[in-house]
Design a protein around this ligand. Sequence first.
Ligand code: H79
Length: 482
Amino acid sequence: MTSARSLWTADRQLPSSTEPVRFGPLVGRRDDEAMRAFRSYGLGQFIHWGLYSMLGDEWEGRSARGHAPASEWIRQWNPETAPEGWPEVYDALADQFDPQGFDARAWARQAKEMGARYVIFTTKHHDGFALWPSEHSGTTIARSPYPGDIVGEVVGAYQAEGIDVFLYFSVLEWNHPDYVRHVPRTEEERERWARFEQYTRAQLLELLDRYPGVKGLWFDGTWDPSWVAAHEFTHRLEQELRAAAPGLIIGSRFRGDEHGSRHVDSTGALLGDYEQGWERKMPPNLEMLDGHDWDCVMPLPPNGWGHIRDTEGLYLKTGDDLIELLMRARSMNGNLVINVGPDGDGALSAHENRVLAEVGAFARENAAAIYDARHVDLPEPRCGLLTGADDTLYLTVLSVPVTGAARLAVPRDAERVPIAARLLAGGAPLAVTWQDIGYDLDPMTYYDIALPSAGNVEGAFVVEIDLAAPDARARDLMDAAM
Ligand code: H79
């Protein structure tokens, strides 16, 4: 996986400081019900919805592609090419947001069909527009013609489907009079910043108060120097949030320590309940995760989380891509969260509908390999990805080798070895053959599982493999050979 490693992410910077940390973790690794549920979510849905959704990355036929960092960033259209009076035009969309076709229950049913066990919903993105009628802001859904409370409808609909809800919340606002990007320098800036902190606190507590049962917070926009320096404030606020909603799961993007270290403190300890840095990228290996819980959030286009009307020329991840990402995340104990960007009326694109259905079909047939299955301490087979639970291995085959067999390497002294295999979907048996190849100095021995030929399977498929003591091996292999 060396090439993937260099393409996908840089190596983690190892902590350099051993100075004592005062604003470090508030809780250690949790093993309560909420975190156990998090570990078996497996698959999640991210929804980016807001004023930008009405535009689809364009304005009056002019595309913002290449002029703003992403579709949900369209308010930041490069001033040199932006339409006349652009940021004001954008902000005025708040007076028009009126998604007549929005049906939270239909979204939630579709998420359930897709196999999602949690949803992360944008309550407020960097444009500052709140999708709930916040008492602390004039820029909310209450200002729009839409009569409802979008966040409330989404939370209720997903909870009714048994899908846990996490709230996405951006602490950065492009257009708030009190927001300061740098560390406040003057008395006036310090006053503004203190007001912005209190506004952030009030909105977060308001969300937890209005929507009881929310399971977690997914923070964004915490990289500006003002927020990085606000370590005392965020340390205190994290305690308040935890007290307001016992069991709440807080991502590591919320805060940093007094040395400016974010996500993890300067000694490498995680600042939050799970690692929240895997945005549009996958950890290259399990070791890099340091035992932390984590999720990977992924849009379908290369970048762009909000609706894009014209996707011509953009690579859109396929169902096969997402299934591979899902199983890669599960093979390293993480969750995959797939993003959709509904349009201004709440409709998903044909491509989104298609890939969600494809992931759902895979997840339904192969649930045992996904939700309660974890990392397996065996070398990654060339043909796919491994997950496992108890005495069962799940091999998600991504490509059938020319030999027609999946080869698993198992330590010679292993107490549990493959003895039987079958297709997880449908149960068709597959022959297991012990191949004691005898490479010089090799601590491993090998098991070949005969796979259906590539022409007989469509897309990725999962092989369920029983493990048992090697004593059982001779007898069962003999059975298999008969
Ligand atoms: O909501 C989606 C993105 O809009 C949000 N996170 C996901 C879930 C996100 N916002 N910013 N970023 C992700 C990355 C930030 C990139 C930045 Fe920059 C680099 C901000 C400032 C420097 C790129 C370059 C954007 C502006 C200049």
